[in-house]
Design a protein around this ligand. Structure first.
Ligand SMILES: C[S@@+](CC[C@H](N)C(=O)[O-])C[C@H]1O[C@@H](n2cnc3c(N)ncnc32)[C@H](O)[C@@H]1O
Length: 258
């Protein structure tokens, strides 16, 4: 994971994010429906708040007193602040989820929608989240599982040996990581979303608008030319009866108690 590139990609996508984030909003809504928000008082932390969709929902659905919106991409935080300008109990923190600049046992609930998959060392992140949570505090997050974008990954694999799609952790890794960090009452739920796109190019465009396009080191510089891209698109699985293509998003929703 190249943090500088991840930050750059999300910063550049702050203006286009909302127009492309239908899946992220759907997952965020389902995530909050699965959480106990009615009793979520105190200070909440939204990790990787992006343009503030989940942050706004947390304000609307929970009786929290304070909310910390955290993101490492400053333009994303600006977008959240603009959206939630009427709320004086929201604090904006430009920071890395892998080094939370928060005191031990200072928050009552930690929420994160589709952001933790961008962290290099999730086990360390879980340990740090547990450190900042008060006893009995809850952690609720959604992240992507191993089958995410498998069609795109497989299509590229027919073309070259480079990694064009990020690797994602499986459910067992997440649960083990949470257990090792000391979390209890761990529940997880997996859902496959398969939105359709007019073309592979449209899928790739959407990922770019989200800031979630390939941010891996460009080890294949000069190799991924137009021909390779065209051949990859030809290899992308499609149903001859269907004019559109689909992409799999393997979503894992997890809740746990400190
Ligand atoms: C796909 S967006 C999700 C945004 C929002 N949670 C939502 O539901 O729409 C992922 C966000 O996580 C942020 N992010 C990625 N890695 C991060 C890290 N290590 N620390 C803090 N934020 C991070 C990105 O800048 C981006 O805004």
């Amino acid at each position: 994971m190249d943090k500088r590139k991840i930050k750059q990609a999300f910063s550049a996508a702050a203006a286009s994010y909302d127009g492309a984030a239908q899946l992220q909003r759907r997952v965020g809504t389902a995530l909050l429906q699965s959480a106990d928000l009615a009793n979520q008082h105190g200070t909440l932390l939204d990790i990787g708040c992006g343009t503030g969709f989940l942050t706004g929902e947390l304000l609307a659905l929970s009786p929290c007193q304070e909310l910390i919106a955290l993101d490492m991409a400053l333009p994303m935080l600006h977008a959240t602040r603009q959206k939630l300008s009427g709320h004086t109990n929201v604090h904006y923190l430009c920071a890395d989820a892998e080094a939370l600049p928060l005191a031990d046992q200072s928050v009552d609930g930690v929420f994160s929608n589709l952001a933790l998959q961008w962290c290099g060392d999730l086990r360390a992140v879980f340990a740090d989240i547990r450190r900042v949570l008060k006893p009995d505090g809850q952690l609720v997050f959604a992240t992507f599982g191993t089958e995410t974008l498998q069609e795109l990954k497989n299509a590229w694999a027919t073309e070259d040996n480079y990694q064009h799609v990020n690797d994602f952790h499986d459910e067992t890794y997440l649960i083990n990581g949470l257990q090792q960090a000391g979390f209890r009452a761990i529940h997880s739920q997996r859902q496959h979303h398969q939105p359709r796109y007019a073309s592979v190019l449209e899928l790739m465009r959407e990922l770019k608008h989200l800031g979630a396009h390939n941010v891996l080191p460009r080890r294949n510089k000069g190799v991924t030319g137009k021909t390779a891209l065209h051949r990859m698109m030809e290899a992308y699985p499609r149903n001859p009866q269907e004019p559109t293509i689909s992409a799999t998003f393997d979503v894992i929703m997890v809740s746990a108690k400190r």
